[in-house]
Design a protein around this ligand. Structure first.
Ligand code: SAM
Length: 236
């Protein structure tokens, strides 16, 4: 039986709690009650769990046995900031596809007003990732970093396999680079709507990123992100 899965807001060794909107939804919409059993992720561990008390402000679970859970894929997406409605869509889909970390990048061609308001958007992006993780039955929530300049984002990239999705590349494919680096943690960088500037491309080259193509067509940034993650998740 597939049980609905929740990601706990707080937990200790024996109990976990949902608070805020999650608690309200369980209490008012689902009319959950004591002794009902759900799957609950607490501190990255997946448990069968039984409700012990329900209030609009907090639902408390007793944690039962731990179950096997799939870890996130070792994928770090560096995604230049673009129009927020499509950016939110990309965060949701990337979470469903198993991404581990997303760094919003303030690229030279990210529109000024988007760059300025992006810091205020991060909490919303984190909520979207939380909901998408729960809905897609993940046992973890991807990390959404604070927005960073490209220089800082590159400095904070720890993956050994670093891949730049570039519409100017004609030969190397994403699949070939991933196959040659099986098992390695991989960073994927996607540019803004206007693409990366020459200076930004030079930064990637200096830090030995592999340039790869997704084919001859120019894709919108969010399409490129989802296509790249789908290919990577199939190969990893
Ligand atoms: N500079 C381009 C232009 O205006 O012609 C468009 C940039 S594209 C909309 C945004 C990002 O998607 C690019 O920076 C790149 O990372 C990625 N991208 C789009 N099409 C791609 C392709 N065919 N192969 C690899 N990456 C692609």
């Amino acid at each position: 039986m597939t049980r609905r899965r929740w990601i706990a807001d707080t937990h200790n060794a024996t109990h976990a709690s949902l608070t805020g909107a999650q608690a309200q939804h369980l209490a008012r919409v689902l009319r959950a009650g004591p002794s009902q059993v759900f799957d609950v992720v607490a501190g990255g561990h997946l448990h069968r769990a039984e409700i012990v008390s329900v209030a609009d402000s907090e639902v408390i679970f007793l944690l039962h046995e731990e179950m096997l859970a799939d870890p996130a894929l070792p994928l770090h997406l560096l995604l230049a900031v673009f129009k927020f409605d499509r950016y939110e869509w990309a965060i949701e889909k990337a979470t469903e596809l198993g991404v581990q970390r997303i760094t919003p990048v303030l690229a030279r061609r990210t529109e000024k007003h988007l760059a300025q308001s992006s810091m205020k958007r991060v909490e919303r992006w984190r909520r979207i990732a939380h909901e998408a993780a729960q809905q897609s039955r993940r046992s973890d929530v991807p990390t959404i970093d604070d927005p960073l300049s490209l220089k800082l984002a590159l400095e904070q990239t720890t993956a050994s396999n670093k891949v730049l999705l570039a519409e100017t590349e004609e030969e190397n494919s994403l699949a070939s680079i991933l196959t040659a680096n099986q098992g390695a943690e991989t960073a994927l960088a996607i540019g803004p709507e206007g693409g990366w500037t020459q200076d930004e491309m030079a930064l990637f080259t200096a830090q030995e990123w592999h340039f790869v193509t997704l084919g001859p067509r120019i894709l919108r940034a969010e399409t490129a992100a989802i296509a790249a993650l789908a290919i990577a998740s199939a190969l990893l």
